[in-house]
Design a protein around this ligand. Structure first.
Ligand SMILES: [Zn+2]
Ligand SMILES: [Zn+2]
Length: 373
């Protein structure tokens, strides 16, 4: 009966609140994603442990669960945490233990939860040349990252001298009355921290953090596409415990003059003269790796497409290659010299078309006139 959560936390049903918290702390630490990178089993365990603790760590929810099980919680709008991503769970974990996974959860109780002034992960944009995206490349990138200000120890206050916020008297919340109701909101002066600097730190202008410039080299895999995101582990912002977040690189790719990309396929337009289309011809076309010959047969059509299998782009995930699609564009000369005109007229006559204009047009105009009757 309703013992699943107790089983997950490995405590018995009569466990005290502090025993439950202790058990959670131990298991969450064991399965924490920072210690079990890319371990799906550990990730699942971590989720379960969190879900169990969200219930058993809360007196009211635990009471409902003991009596009515998960169903009882569902009817209270409790959703469970299995659909949450790991970042959300990490924040829950930190909100319970006051942050600082690496610090081993320091002093008992953790004290007041400290609000981080900036997210640990950061992002930059990177624009690549078409060829670099197709072939892959190494790129030196410059990026900025935030870290706590040394001068004020991340407090934003000169000499680290902070005082209770004068606006909310250190509560982090301000209260106001409307009629007989009292409402509260996060203090606008200290943003809920409850403290404020006596004087602002000059070095960080009271922000508590500074931005530094750094650079690194990243390996861009062949086939990377517009909108892809790359993660560079440990190059994000740094917190007061020296932990680094990740740097995300958002990729965009410049257009190419010759090739048009569509997913892993590459399109090129091949302009040929109408005589080549009529006679057939071997045409040299550019490919991603060099060039090759497109053999056109007699009577090639305008916009006709020729597919070269696996001459396209290497898919960045599957490593399979797309196709190269060459599309013919038939062109006509704007002017003719006298020899060309003579030859074309002879050709025209050879097709028996010398009187085409007078033969057919009259009839066609008659038809068009019928449309407007
Ligand atoms: Zn400072
Ligand atoms: Zn305040």
């Amino acid at each position: 009966m309703n013992s699943e959560y107790y089983g997950i936390l490995e405590v018995n049903k009569g466990a005290t609140a502090s025993e439950i918290k202790k058990a959670y702390r131990k298991l969450a630490l064991k399965y924490h994603p920072d210690r079990n990178e890319n371990d799906k089993g550990a990730e699942e365990k971590f989720k379960q442990v969190n879900e169990a603790y969200q219930v058993l760590g809360d007196k009211e929810k635990r009471g409902i669960y003991d009596k009515y099980g998960k169903k009882g919680l569902d009817s209270q709008g409790f959703q469970g945490y299995s659909d949450m991503n790991m970042d959300d769970l990490g924040s829950i974990f930190e909100s319970i233990f006051g942050g600082a996974f690496n610090s081993g959860f320091g002093g008992a109780g953790g004290g007041r939860q400290k609000k981080r002034k900036y997210p640990l992960d950061s992002a930059i944009e990177l624009e690549l040349d078409f060829k670099d995206a197709v072939n892959g490349c190494k790129k030196d990138i410059k990026y900025t990252f935030k870290e706590p200000c040394n001068e004020c120890d991340g407090t934003g206050a000169e000499d680290g001298h902070i005082d209770k916020c004068s606006e909310c008297q250190g509560k982090g919340q301000v209260f106001y009355k409307q009629g007989f109701m009292t409402f509260s909101q996060t203090c606008p002066k200290c943003h809920g921290e409850g403290t404020s600097a006596v004087r602002k730190c000059k070095s960080c202008v009271g922000k508590g953090f500074v931005e530094d410039l750094n650079s690194t080299t990243v390996d861009i895999p062949a086939g990377i596409d517009n909108g892809n995101r790359m993660r560079v582990s440990g190059k994000g912002n740094v917190d007061e415990y020296g932990r680094s977040g990740d740097l995300y690189i958002e990729i965009s790719i410049k257009e190419d003059d010759v090739f048009v990309r569509h997913d892993d396929d590459i399109y090129i337009e091949v302009p040929i003269l109408f005589t080549q289309a009529a006679l057939g011809a071997d045409v040299i076309i550019p490919t991603l790796t060099g060039e090759m010959t497109l053999s056109l047969k007699t009577g090639t059509m305008d916009k006709q497409q020729f597919i070269f299998k696996k001459e396209g782009i290497t898919n960045v995930h599957t490593k399979e290659k797309g196709n190269l699609v060459a599309q013919v564009k038939i062109t006509f000369p704007k002017t003719l010299n006298s020899l060309q005109r003579e030859l074309l007229e002879k050709l025209n006559i050879s097709f028996g078309k010398q009187n085409t204009h007078t033969d057919n047009i009259g009839e066609k105009i008659g038809k068009i006139k019928d449309w407007f009757k």
